[in-house]
Design a protein around this ligand. Structure first.
Ligand code: ADP
Ligand code: ADP
Ligand code: ZN
Length: 219
């Protein structure tokens, strides 16, 4: 059993979603990615999704309250002993404080914050080559993690797409927002003595092993 609450922090493209997907299967725990939840709301044309769209298209953060509503819904129903991974949330100090509040009510706390660290240039290559399945949302990379056949999802056999915000201008904007609003979270979690850093520039398997080793050290 894995009873821990884990948050993943890092700029766009470092591999948070890729690792969260693998770990969620391996440890049989849920993972919640606010980006995925927002894109799902948008596909379903909910008022929240439509409101979030303008921020996402321009690479700005969606207002806290919208994101908090989405994430709270998912966490509150979970059995108390179930751990989970949060990918892309919190993204601001105020979201981190709100998360602590929600968790307190559930007798939980953030047990681990994983910082994904890598240099800028390699990160941009990851983002421009990122593709995803429009049906199951599985993430691929045209060079580093290609599907078995010609840009078709391995699971659904339909054509992969590129996220509309994975273009150079919006990538630049999302990165700037990260350094300004999200990077300060590292200090927040360092002060809480739960911060660990992984070298995100290595292979998917190597990053996975680093995180699993950290998981194994949790008490
Ligand atoms: P994030 O969730 O942090 O934005 P993703 O997990 O979506 O990042 O990864 C960005 C892109 O890089 C995807 O195309 C993914 O397939 C690829 N990728 C992820 N981890 C690695 C890795 N360790 N080495 C090479 N490519 C990777
Ligand atoms: P990335 O690949 O940059 O990690 P995500 O899929 O996590 O992208 O996020 C895509 C977009 O969704 C962000 O640019 C932002 O507009 C919005 N978003 C996702 N998570 C949050 C959050 N916790 N707070 C505010 N906005 C968010
Ligand atoms: Zn698919």
């Amino acid at each position: 059993m894995f009873p821990f609450v884990v948050v993943f922090i890092g700029p766009p493209g470092v591999g948070k979603g890729t690792q969260a997907a693998i770990l969620s299967e391996d440890y049989v725990i849920p993972k919640f990615a606010t980006g995925d939840l927002l894109r799902e709301s948008l596909r379903n044309k909910t008022p929240l999704g439509l409101e979030a769209k303008k921020y996402m298209d321009s690479g700005q953060l969606v207002p806290d309250q919208l994101v908090l509503d989405l994430i709270k819904d998912r966490i509150v129903g979970l059995p108390k002993e179930t751990g989970f991974i949060l990918d892309g949330f919190p993204r601001t100090i105020s979201q981190a404080i709100a998360l602590d509040d929600i968790l307190k009510g559930l007798c939980h706390t953030v047990n681990l914050a994983v910082e994904f660290k890598m240099d800028e240039e390699a990160r941009i290559l990851r983002l421009t080559g990122r593709r995803l399945c429009p049906q199951c949302q599985k993430t691929y990379h045209i060079v580093f993690a290609p599907p078995k056949t010609d840009l078709l999802c391995d699971v659904c056999a339909i054509s992969l797409i590129q996220r509309t915000d994975d273009n150079e201008d919006v990538i630049r904007q999302r990165s700037a927002v990260y350094w300004e609003a999200t990077n300060p979270l590292l200090g927040y979690y360092r002060n809480n003595h739960v911060l660990k850093t992984v070298d995100a520039s290595s292979s998917i398997d190597s990053v996975l092993l680093q995180i699993k080793n950290i998981f194994a050290s949790l008490k």
